[in-house]
Design a protein around this ligand. Structure first.
Ligand code: ADP
Ligand code: MG
Length: 514
């Protein structure tokens, strides 16, 4: 296999950060090369260098053995490099073909003043057929599911002649079935001679799809070998720099009283469209109920309604036996709710306030921190230090502004505060989104500890692995409806994936009564 693309000694510095440190990597033609690493390991920086968005401080790039320099993406594209970013860059109001040909339109007429619409549609159709994509060139992009939009992004790079496709976390937004379909497409592209660089943090996917894997840590390549010569365990270890425990060990569930009860809940989203449609469930103390689903299927609105952050149109929410439907967030918290919110910087912490001030929020009006109308600052400091210690918030500086902590440490601070509130109900919404394996492992252990201490935990996550490894029971939401419920032990990816796509389970899984 030919060495299509080679990176030699690539170093890239940002103020105070060595993002890439003497990176040597070789990408061979006709392979799928996985690139894995924790957040901040330097993967995107490296890809942006290949794509001509950044310039390396040191080192060189070779294509087919010849040194090349890309001053901008246009130069990289001209050399056959294509990139699909994590956040799609399509124009929603445009049709499929318009998006694909955008800025590379076939022209006709005097001075090429006219877009050759017919030719464009024909080209797009041919390209799609040749690569085994099923798409309608005239569909409006905004009406298409995420998986289809991603395919259009891929076609767009192919239209521009990409030979090397860089995909940045392409499966983060997909259901397991959509991921399978993507993998079929990627295999087809590779069979046709294309080369794929596939960034992911899901190690099972690396094993399934890639021919070669490179692991990055702190800007360096810490492992680089054919996929069949490594294991999930070894990849995780070289990624984090120490042994990690991938399987969550849990005691058998020991449910107590019902602490959270949601009955026939209907909630509208910001556009006044019903996002939650008649959902009912109960959670007992000592159990974790996982909510699985593709992002945007009503999960956020469900949580906000329970927490009093969004109006409930119809239905009832009871916390610790008390009706709290449409009560204020403060009243609901007082009644018995702790909440690790989805958007940690918007709702979880006050970024401009210190870690200490954040740690005492919701504790400030009770003893020992409250002394009548005053705050006992000695008690406040002790409380903050205790939380930061127990939840491993780094650096251990209680006067540092919360907004200055990394995502993982801000999240540990929030989780520490909320779990320490010791309320009967704990909601954890996307608790580990964007965090590295070390922080994920820690937060998972704390969520399970909260369950073992008797809290009723509602875990909402778009990461199916997270839901499966932590939950005692799992419900699946699709378009605001509860599709079904499975026990945590009986759950398998296939069934859950189908449910996430809206298919109700037939056997094996018990369908909840509506
Ligand atoms: P990854 O994609 O593996 O998560 P990145 O390449 O995005 O990692 O980041 C590597 C490091 O470089 C991080 O510490 C990040 O904060 C830093 N970094 C990335 N881009 C910039 C930038 N444009 N300016 C300053 N620092 C950056
Ligand atoms: Mg990145």
């Amino acid at each position: 296999m030919a060495e299509l693309l080679e990176l030699r000694g690539i170093t890239k510095r940002f103020p105070g950060v060595l993002a890439n440190d003497q990176v040597n990597l070789t990408f061979r033609k006709g392979t799928i090369h996985a690139l894995v690493g924790e957040n901040g390991a330097g993967k995107s920086t490296l890809m942006n260098i290949i794509y001509g968005l950044y310039h390396p401080d040191e080192g060189e790039i070779l294509m087919n053995g010849e040194p090349v320099t890309f001053h901008n993406p246009t130069a990289a594209i001209a050399h056959g490099i294509g990139m699909v970013h994590q956040h799609f860059m399509l124009v929603p109001a445009f049709t499929v073909y318009e998006n694909i040909i955008l800025a590379a339109e076939p022209r006709r007429g005097f001075m090429h003043a006219f877009l050759d619409r017919k030719k464009a549609i024909k080209q797009v159709e041919e390209l799609a057929t040749r690569n085994g994509f099923k798409i309608d060139p005239n569909a409006r992009v905004r009406t298409l599911p995420v998986g289809t939009q991603q395919r259009i992004e891929i076609l767009k790079t192919l239209y521009r002649g990409a030979e090397i496709l860089i995909l940045d976390e392409p499966t983060a937004v997909l259901t397991p079935q959509e991921t399978k379909e993507l993998f079929v497409i990627l295999r087809g592209l590779v069979d046709a001679g294309k080369t794929i660089i596939f960034i992911t943090h899901k190690l099972e996917e690396v094993m399934e799809i890639s021919d070669h894997v490179s692991v990055m840590r702190h800007g360096r390549v810490t492992m680089d070998k054919p996929t069949k010569e490594t294991s999930i365990r070894e990849m995780a270890q070289t990624m984090v720099g120490r042994e990690v425990f991938l399987e969550m060990k849990k005691k058998p569930v020991d449910p107590g009283e019902v602490q959270l009860s949601v009955k026939n809940l209907w909630v509208a989203d910001d556009r006044a469209v019903l996002a939650v449609r008649g959902i009912s469930f109960e959670i007992r103390g000592g159990e974790i109920l996982g909510v699985a689903g593709v992002a945007g299927n009503g999960q956020s609105e469900l949580v906000e309604a329970i927490a009093g952050l969004r109006h409930t149109e119809q239905g009832k929410v009871k916390v610790a036996g008390q009706d709290v439907t449409n009560a204020t967030p403060f009243a609901i918290r007082q009644t018995g709710l702790a909440h690790i919110p989805e958007d940690r910087y918007k709702r979880g912490v006050a970024g401009g306030a210190s870690a200490e001030e954040n740690a005492i929020m919701f504790f400030h009006n009770t003893s020992p921190i409250s002394k009548g109308v005053q705050i006992d600052y000695v008690a406040a400091a002790a409380h903050a230090e205790e939380i930061m210690e127990k939840f491993d918030v780094r650096p251990r500086q209680r006067m540092t502004k919360a907004g200055q902590f990394s995502g993982g440490n801000a999240q540990k601070l929030i989780a520490g505060r909320e779990i320490s509130l010791n309320k009967p109900v704990l909601i954890a919404s996307q608790p580990t989104r964007g965090l590295d394996i070390g922080a994920i492992e820690f937060l998972h252990s704390q969520i399970v500890a909260a369950r073992d201490a008797g809290h009723a935990v509602l875990l909402v996550s778009t990461e199916l692995d997270e839901v499966m490894s932590l939950s005692d029971r799992i419900i699946v939401l699709n378009e605001g409806k509860l599709i079904g419920e499975v026990s945590g032990q009986a759950a398998d990816r296939e069934t859950l994936g189908l449910m996430m796509a809206g298919v109700r389970p037939t056997s094996g899984a018990q369908v909840s009564a509506e």
